[in-house]
Design a protein around this ligand. Structure first.
Ligand SMILES: *Cc1c(COP(=O)(O)O)cnc(C)c1O
Length: 379
């Protein structure tokens, strides 16, 4: 038996209880009427989750969030298309890499580490009428929130399709695909919904479906071809064998999220983030992202005080059953990234984290400090 570990990482997250139970359901075939009924409910709930409107196509891809990313570029781009990609961290650069592999001509809009992409820079890059504008809403590698609605607005009135990576945001933060003018979005099951990894919930706008239908060449990724997916999800024809157990679990987690309420979830993470920052601030940690409006609440990036040895303390935390994540690339050794997506964003988990961290650092009052700060933000 592997001892349980509390996952306070930027994904995966602790599995939501109903999703865990759903994994025990007996196996059914991927063409079973009961599975089609469940899929239809998932599609409906995903439209609510994304705020995509009734005419959007929604589905689960049989893969992780990166397949959701890949599928957007594969289906919506053709060789030689111009694409503007906002890149201020690993996942933005991953987008650019993928778009290039499909033969797109990529213009990068970059920003300094720890800063959001600047609207003026995106506006400049958007002078023409590129085929696509792509941005990561919440950049996991640095804990930066990009202004996705304002960025999407820069494509208004153009034929440009807007792709937004919603992996660290949808389900935990306001997200309104139709209202913001987004054409393609995706997430991963193990992030803000707290289901097991392995499926990527996607949403495709009506406009993006029309653009797909007008392709001159077949999409170069057969497995996630939008038409193939629609054959299965909308018309119940065989395309590939879907991971039925992961559909059960995702469905349960999604039903739970909508029952809790998307606004309530956003408040839950917002309040907990503020209280954690204040508690850690008392012992010398500082927010890595300087501007409060650019801080991603679901992946909280904090700069370590000199007195805290990054690797050593994280190993000790892990030995005591808690997993957190350090920096990535330029921020290695400088920051911690605390996961607050889905089930991670529970006060009881962070009270335990503070108690354990306090033990390791020899600071006794850390847990009660968080309790106090939580009391203050709740009031
Ligand atoms: C985790 C993540 C992904 C990739 O998801 P995988 O499930 O690891 O493939 C993409 N974008 C962002 C912003 C992420 O945090």
């Amino acid at each position: 038996m592997i001892p349980p570990v509390l996952l306070l990482t930027p994904g995966p997250t602790p599995i939501q209880a109903d999703a865990q139970t759903a994994l025990q359901k007996p196996m059914l075939g991927h063409m079973d009427p009961a599975v089609f009924a469940l899929n239809t409910r998932v599609q409906h709930n995903l439209r609510t989750l994304y705020g995509s409107g009734e005419r959007a196509f929604t589905a689960l891809l049989a893969g992780t969030g990166s397949l959701g990313m890949d599928a957007g570029f594969a289906n919506l781009l053709e060789k030689g298309d111009e694409v503007v990609v906002c890149a201020n961290g690993s996942f933005g650069y991953r987008m650019a890499d993928m778009a290039q592999r499909y033969g797109a001509r990529v213009t990068l809009v970059e920003a300094p580490v720890g800063r959001a992409v600047a609207l003026e820079d995106v506006e400049k890059a958007m002078r023409g009428e590129p085929k696509m504008l792509a941005v990561v809403h919440g950049e996991t590698s640095t804990g930066v929130l990009n202004p996705a609605p304002e960025i999407a607005a820069l494509a208004r009135g153009k034929s440009t399709l807007v792709t937004v990576d919603a992996v660290t945001t949808v389900g935990m933060m306001p997200f309104h695909m139709l209202e913001w003018g987004i054409d393609y979005s995706y997430t991963g099951s193990q992030k803000c919904l707290s289901a097991p990894p392995g499926v990527a919930p996607i949403a495709v706008s009506e406009r993006a479906l029309e653009a797909f239908a007008g392709r001159k060449t077949k999409a170069p990724l057969w497995y996630a071809d939008f038409q193939g997916l629609r054959d299965y999800w909308d018309d119940h024809a065989y395309h590939h064998t879907v991971p039925v157990q992961l559909h059960y679990a995702l469905d349960a987690a999604l039903e739970y999220a909508l029952l809790e309420g998307l606004e309530n979830r956003a408040l839950r993470v917002q309040k907990l983030t503020v209280a954690i920052l204040e508690t850690l601030g008392d012992i010398g940690f500082t927010p890595f992202v300087e501007r409060p409006e650019e801080r991603l609440p679901t992946v909280l990036a904090v700069r370590l005080p000199k007195s805290v040895d990054d690797a050593k303390v994280r190993v000790e935390l892990r030995e005591r059953g808690i997993s957190i994540t350090g920096g990535l690339g330029a921020t290695t050794g400088l920051i911690w990234r605390l996961g607050l997506m889905g089930e991670s964003a529970r006060p009881e988990h962070y009270l335990r984290f503070m108690r354990t961290l306090g033990d390791i650092l020899g600071i006794r009052s850390l847990e009660s400090k968080l309790e106090e700060h939580l009391g203050a933000v709740m009031a």
